[in-house]
Design a protein around this ligand. Structure first.
Ligand code: AMP
Length: 330
């Protein structure tokens, strides 16, 4: 399941956890299921296994759709970082860490599955091919299951992280390990029908928004589907940040459309870009627009409708080139 170098990394991480009395855990801004699941899953494993230690999850922002997990986080300004061990989960670069003070800690461990363009941390366990950071934390738990304690809540947190990041085992990043570790968690007795209800049920007005997205979305000559969720649309349908973000997933099953993009007006004035794809990598395109991410799921920022159109044009060119050079896509 894992090679010698990852075994050594996991052992080094456990040694550090054992060595420190205060451990501060953080994750990325605008948390998704994997950020919350891996951060709080690991925090709870450490708290249950070493009750004498002070374990703090400390971050700035929340995510409404994950409220059912009932996780608590401390204000980063109120934390004592001196002599502490920091563990940052699911965060590719320092700029995306939600806790801006975390580097004041004595040592920092990074555990992540994003592309490691700008490495950080005294110990860095990064595996880019993993479905999720929650899968990695589950492997950590499984490896040391005789030394570590866990419960149904740990299982729920980590399982939520895994399924939300691999699209319920649908995305390419899903491996045999993903399913094996998910099975290990499921054995703890997670109520999956309630979990999926929490994750998937939406309000009536949200379905009206969905109908609107299908009405308004556009498609380029070569098959890039896109939607611009501007301020007016956000207000009209009274959308939460998560609901605005989810608009990208509404376009994922269009035959021949291998790239789909949601542009979302940010309150700060710029436009958040969520890019998704099948077969064709889009992270290099995201990097050109102040972003990054994975081959088939990336994020970026544009600052005007003109720049939005330029990005769509570039995506269309990439898709045209991909279709010309590759077969087997659907
Ligand atoms: P999102 O559309 O925000 O869910 O992002 C998809 C993936 O791209 C996530 O794994 C993010 O970590 C990554 N990502 C999003 N925005 C950025 C960014 N500005 N810089 C680097 N990676 C990003």
């Amino acid at each position: 399941m894992s090679d010698c170098s990852t075994t050594k990394l996991k052992e080094a991480i456990l040694e550090k956890i054992i060595a420190y009395d205060r451990i501060i855990i953080a994750r990325h801004v605008r948390p998704d299921g994997d950020a919350i699941g891996s951060a709080h899953g690991l925090a709870r494993i450490i708290s249950l296994s070493f009750p004498e230690k002070e374990v703090i999850v400390s971050d700035q922002d929340k995510s409404d759709f994950l409220a059912f997990l009932e996780t608590e986080e401390q204000d980063p300004d109120s934390v004592d970082y001196k002599g502490a061990l920091a563990i940052v989960l699911d965060t590719g670069n320092v700029e995306r860490i939600s806790n801006k003070h975390i580097q004041k800690s004595r040592e920092l461990i990074k555990i992540d599955h994003h592309i490691d363009n700008t490495p950080y941390g005294d110990i860095s366990w990064v595996e880019e091919k993993r479905s999720s950071t929650s899968e990695m934390v589950t492997e950590f738990l499984y490896t040391f299951r005789d030394k570590l304690k866990y419960d149904k809540k740990v299982a729920l947190l980590l399982y939520t992280g895994i399924i939300t990041d691999c699209g319920n085992f649908k995305y390419e990043c899903t491996t045999g390990d993903t399913l094996r570790y998910a099975a290990f968690l499921l054995d703890e007795g997670i109520d999956i029908s309630t979990l999926h209800a929490h994750l998937e049920l939406e309000s009536f007005s949200y379905f009206k928004f969905q109908a609107h997205v299908y009405e308004k979305m556009q498609i380029t000559e070569n098959g890039v589907a896109y939607i611009y969720v501007d301020k007016e649309m956000q207000e009209r349908f009274n959308l939460s940040k998560t609901q605005q973000s989810n608009s990208v997933d509404m376009m994922q099953n269009i035959r021949g459309s291998l790239i789909w993009i949601a542009f979302i007006d940010n309150p700060e004035g710029d436009i958040r870009v969520r890019l998704r794809s099948r077969f064709v990598p889009i992270n290099s395109l995201a990097e050109k627009y102040s972003g990054g991410g994975h081959a088939n799921a990336a994020g970026a920022t544009v600052h005007s409708v003109k720049e939005l159109k330029a990005l769509v044009k570039e995506a269309d060119d990439i898709l045209k080139d991909y279709k010309a050079k590759n077969g087997g896509w659907i």
